[in-house]
Design a protein around this ligand. Sequence first.
Ligand code: IPM
Ligand code: MN
Length: 355
Amino acid sequence: MEKKSYSIAVIPGDGTGPEVVREGMKALDAVAGKFGFSFDYHTYPYGGEYFKKTGETLPEGALEELRQYPAILLGAIGHPDVAPGILETGILLKLRFGLDQYVNLRPIKLYEGVETPLKDKGPEDIDFVVIRENTEGLYAGAGGFLKKGTPDEVAVQESINTRKGVERCVRYAFELTRKRNREKKLTLCGKTNVLIYAFDLWFRTFNEVAKEYPDVTTDYAHVDAICMWMVKNPETFDVIVTDNMFGDIITDLGAMIQGGMGIAAGGNINPEGTSMFEPIGGSAPKYAGKNVINPLAAISSAAMMLDYLGEKAAADTIESAVQSVIPRLKSLSAGKMGYTTQAVGDLVAEEILKS
Ligand code: IPM
Ligand code: MN
């Protein structure tokens, strides 16, 4: 039988992106060899350097081309010479919106041997998933200026929430809660006491969809309270669903309680199209090219990609390898691991081959 091959787009991007993506691919190749499939990578140069050279964020036709792949591996986007906002909106958000990756999936999992800043909490307490809506809300770019630059200036930034956009995200969250099969509890994170239009729509949609999932327990909390509980009682969460802006904020809090940016992985999911997987730590330009950045987040996001591709056993193999490498590192922080970026990738690959 012919070996199955997955064609994957790779955007190494800026700063430490290329270094960590390389280790992600190393893990993917190791596990593919073991499970009898392979990857065919196609690399795209988009990022800060490309922008400086060409004046373009994404060239004409890039979305159409990327849409041909089942998945994209992304390193990081962000360049110290490029003004804030250009690369973020021109590349990252354009890909998320253009490829309709309507779910941002962020597991918050404390691995055994990782230090959390939360006192008296361990891996059994910190293991939940945040589903962040990824194409609407305050990120949609609706709004504008009036009388810009004058003392009477007005700036409006509107949160766009469509029934369709909210419902598909909420539905994904219910499905995932059922599939995770743990507490089977889904919490809606909102602000119904103040954002009386946007979260009214979210709340009604959530409760309507809930009727189709009688096996899932539902809960609601305001975003500020969620921040409190994530610190005080993270064990009360199984899956959280929320809008784009709140999801952005609470997942950085999540990344901190799971041990930091070196370990936090994410997926931008279009269940019917092209999904994109990225470590959420950013381009960390001061560590670029030094071989000191932690590649585990990128390796874990590669594992999330495998899960998305339907290679669950291979994804689990990478996750176990990551778990067994962690206790051997002195720290998860850049430059303090006791190993280089490449050496950490080698350790993971060895574990995969050994398993
Ligand atoms: C993230 C990042 C992005 C976001 C930025 C870089 C635009 O913070 O993926 O969480 O706000 O979504
Ligand atoms: Mn963010």
